[in-house]
Design a binder for this molecule. Structure first.
Ligand code: TZP
Ligand code: MG
Length: 238
């Protein structure tokens, strides 16, 4: 369906993007976003990036990130440019991980930096004022510091051990309530999130989650996204 809506712009990326911005779904605002899906090239071949993006968006994610560890800025720009018409058509912000310059070139709505990447201000200086900046945090102290640094949202985790980020010690669920009390920007809990764990994640106080492998490895990606989406019902503010 999204592909059909984009057919008028095939072969004309700039026109496609203008068309999407002008006539399709209004862009979701960051505070309204609760379910964040990541297209991680550790799981998805470049050839399947567009189809996976469409599946995530059609399933109902509110945000999509491109995570392409070890890829060049040029590759990230190429893949991001492929994804952007699809996310724009659905009003879903696209976030580029690690590469502010690529985010700027793609015109994505967001960029994401980690603890070892550019500082928030430095990333913002590259992407400009129209692009939000998110930051990964792995403790309550890092979360508070990221907000003070000016991050527009934070990732908080990994809650559980995860093969997607195997070198990180899981932080568990116990600081989720505290991080929501101390951080006013949207907090996205991440790391080992799947539908079977949603009861305990929500009970611990989470309002927003990021899902990588549970979506990308699902037999039916759209159904998996829909199932998890149904656990995040009422809109929340920060
Ligand atoms: N940051 C903290 S955990 C993580 C990132 C990028 C990976 C989460 O992946 P998954 O597969 O949902 O556990
Ligand atoms: Mg990074």
């Amino acid at each position: 369906m999204i592909e059909e809506r984009l057919s008028a712009g095939n072969g004309f990326p700039a026109l496609t993007i203008a068309y999407c911005r002008a006539s399709l779904s209004p862009m979701k605002s960051l505070p309204d976003c609760r379910l964040y899906g990541i297209v991680d090239l550790g799981y998805v071949q470049p050839l399947h990036v567009a189809a996976m993006t469409a599946a995530l968006v059609e399933g109902g994610v509110d945000l999509v990130q491109l995570r392409a560890k070890g890829r060049s800025t040029a590759e990230v720009i190429a893949l991001g440019s492929l994804m952007h018409p699809l996310t724009l058509a659905a009003g879903v912000p696209l976030i580029i991980n690690d590469h502010p310059q690529a985010a700027k070139e793609v015109g994505s709505e967001g960029v994401h930096v980690g603890q070892d990447d550019d500082a928030v201000a430095r990333a913002r200086a590259v992407v400009g004022p129209g692009c939000f900046v998110g930051k990964s945090t792995h403790s309550l102290a890092q979360a508070v510091a990221a907000q003070a640094e000016g991050a527009d949202y934070i990732g908080f985790g990994p809650l559980y051990a995860t093969g997607t980020k195997p070198d990180y010690t899981p932080i568990g669920l116990h600081d989720i309530a505290a991080v929501h009390a101390q951080v006013q920007v949207p907090v996205f809990c991440i790391g080992g999130v799947n539908s079977a764990r949603m009861d305990e994640i929500l009970a611990a106080g989470a309002k927003r989650v990021v899902v990588v492998s549970a979506f990308l490895l699902a037999q039916d990606v759209r159904a998996e996204v829909r199932a998890l989406r149904s656990r995040l019902v009422a809109p929340v503010r920060a």
